[in-house]
Design a protein around this ligand. Structure first.
Ligand code: 5AD
Ligand code: SF4
Length: 450
């Protein structure tokens, strides 16, 4: 979501003649796009701001903008702690960024724009301009009304909103014209999607939207993320069995395997509900690869609750997953709940959970070795001559010593030759495997955050 938002900010700034640069020291404007989901992510802002602190106002120091959810949640605090910040802009008001930057460059200080307009920001953003390459993101839904006990998203991103089907289709076509082969539909609660139907007609759910997008011949692969178990309806589950371009991979966060903790989290489903859902998904699409998010050490979690999470992980068998220590977030009910868990216990549970998840991921990746899988090549690898892509199950694949430009945007059948911790290596079936000492595979893709 943040990658997508950064792209949209680049789009609005392009109207004023700005282009992206990777060199902070060369920038006229530096935008820090922030995440507030866990304390660690939020604290990163202040260390980054320390580094960007200008030694003097003279000498062409960049205009410093803080954007995103930390901006939304802590706008005034940011201005207080880092008075050299020129602009603070929340995730709903990016369309006003060019004007804010113009005012900052004219000498205004302390520009804070964290309005929360009820109608969507999408209507006020220009059309998606930049090409995102072979694998593109398309936000179809924003915000969340679920208010899980631990989560800041409903506060920073606001109420649930779905874009109309016509707008989604138009943006999908633009992305495909820009060279996309794969589109990942994005939303904080993407399967709660309920956008107005074509011409402003009756609302469509996500399953119906996916079926309609699948009719566009240029669109080779469809994915969506992130989903809530409560919103996996029958039509969406059926789509996994019926739409060949819907990739057999689903990120379906469960957070915990304990019914007691799930209730305290306000998740409104049990471990049994989740396992039943997994059975239905596997009945529809037997090869579906599953991923999840987990939180250990939510207030009130005891050893038996944690063991229930371990049992659920064993019962499901994940292809990959993200797991986190519970991090109290200001303003959320869990932050002030009884039964906070100490850091050492959280760290111990996280390590045990990650050992199991890593073993499952390794097993999933190893099972691919020797098989032929279709890979969409979407970027160059880090080594010269290396090209990288994804399998249908989202595994990163590196292929050595092909001619990278000719493979970008292509889907090729690849024989998987090696499995690493976070990626696979392959040889195109067009050629025999070619061991190449100058092109060692790097296993840093698909890494877990934190
Ligand atoms: N502490 C730890 N993890 C959190 N997440 C969200 N809020 C918190 C929190 N307060 C995790 C959840 C969610 C993912 C995006 O981040 O697992 O699914
Ligand atoms: Fe946060 Fe997801 Fe719960 Fe919404 S459903 S409150 S985004 S964890």
């Amino acid at each position: 979501m943040n990658v997508y938002d950064a792209g949209r900010m680049a789009d609005v700034m392009a109207a004023d003649g700005y282009v992206r640069t990777d060199r902070a020291d060369a920038a006229d404007v530096a935008v820090l796009n922030t995440c507030h989901i866990r304390e660690k992510a939020a604290e990163k802002l202040y260390s980054d701001l320390g580094r960007l602190r200008p030694r003097s106002r003279a000498g062409g120091a960049p205009v410093i903008v803080v954007a995103g959810c930390v901006a939304q949640a802590e706008g005034a605090e940011i201005m207080r702690r880092a008075p050299w910040v020129d602009v603070v802009v929340g995730p709903q008001t990016y369309h006003r960024l060019p004007e804010l930057v113009r005012r900052a460059r004219a000498g205004e200080r302390g520009l804070l724009d964290i309005d929360f307009p009820l109608e969507s920001k999408f209507d006020r953003l220009p059309e998606e301009a930049a090409s995102q390459g072979p694998s593109a993101f398309l936000t179809i839904q924003e915000g969340c009304d679920k208010f899980c006990s631990f989560c800041v998203v409903p506060y920073t991103r606001g109420a649930e909103y779905s874009r109309p089907v016509d707008a989604v289709k138009a943006e999908a076509r633009r992305l495909l014209e820009g060279g996309a082969r794969e589109i990942t539909l994005l939303g904080q609660n993407v399967n709660a999607y309920h956008g107005a139907g074509p011409g402003g007609g009756a609302e469509w759910g996500l399953g119906r939207l996916i079926r309609a997008l699948a009719e566009i011949p240029e669109l080779a692969r469809i994915r969506y993320t992130t989903s809530h178990p409560r919103d996996m309806d029958a039509d969406l589950i059926a789509a996994h069995g019926e739409v060949p371009t819907l990739m057999p991979y689903l990120h379906l966060p469960v957070q915990s395997g304990s019914d007691r903790v799930l209730a305290a989290m306000g998740r409104r489903h049990t471990a049994g509900d989740y396992l039943g859902l997994v059975d239905r998904l596997r009945a529809a699409r037997p090869d579906i690869a599953l991923s999840s998010d987990f939180i250990v050490g939510h207030p009130g979690e005891d050893e038996a609750d944690f063991e229930a999470t371990i049992a659920l992980v064993r019962a499901v068998g994940y292809a990959q997953a993200y797991s986190f220590k519970y991090s109290p977030r200001p303003g959320t009910p869990a932050a002030t709940a009884e039964g906070q868990i100490d850091e050492a216990r959280k760290a111990d549970r996280l390590a045990r959970l990650q050992d199991l998840l890593t073993a499952q991921q390794d097993e999933f990746n190893r099972a691919t070795v020797g098989r032929v899988v279709p890979v969409l090549f979407d970027r160059r690898g880090r080594k010269p001559g290396q090209v990288a892509g994804r399998t249908p199950a989202m595994q990163a694949v590196h292929l050595c010593c092909e001619d990278p430009p000719s493979l970008l945007g292509e889907i090729r059948d690849v024989t998987i030759t090696e499995a690493h911790a976070n990626s696979l290596a392959g040889a195109s079936i067009d050629r025999p495997p070619q061991p190449s000492p100058g092109c060692a595979h790097e296993a840093a893709e698909n890494g877990r955050p934190n």
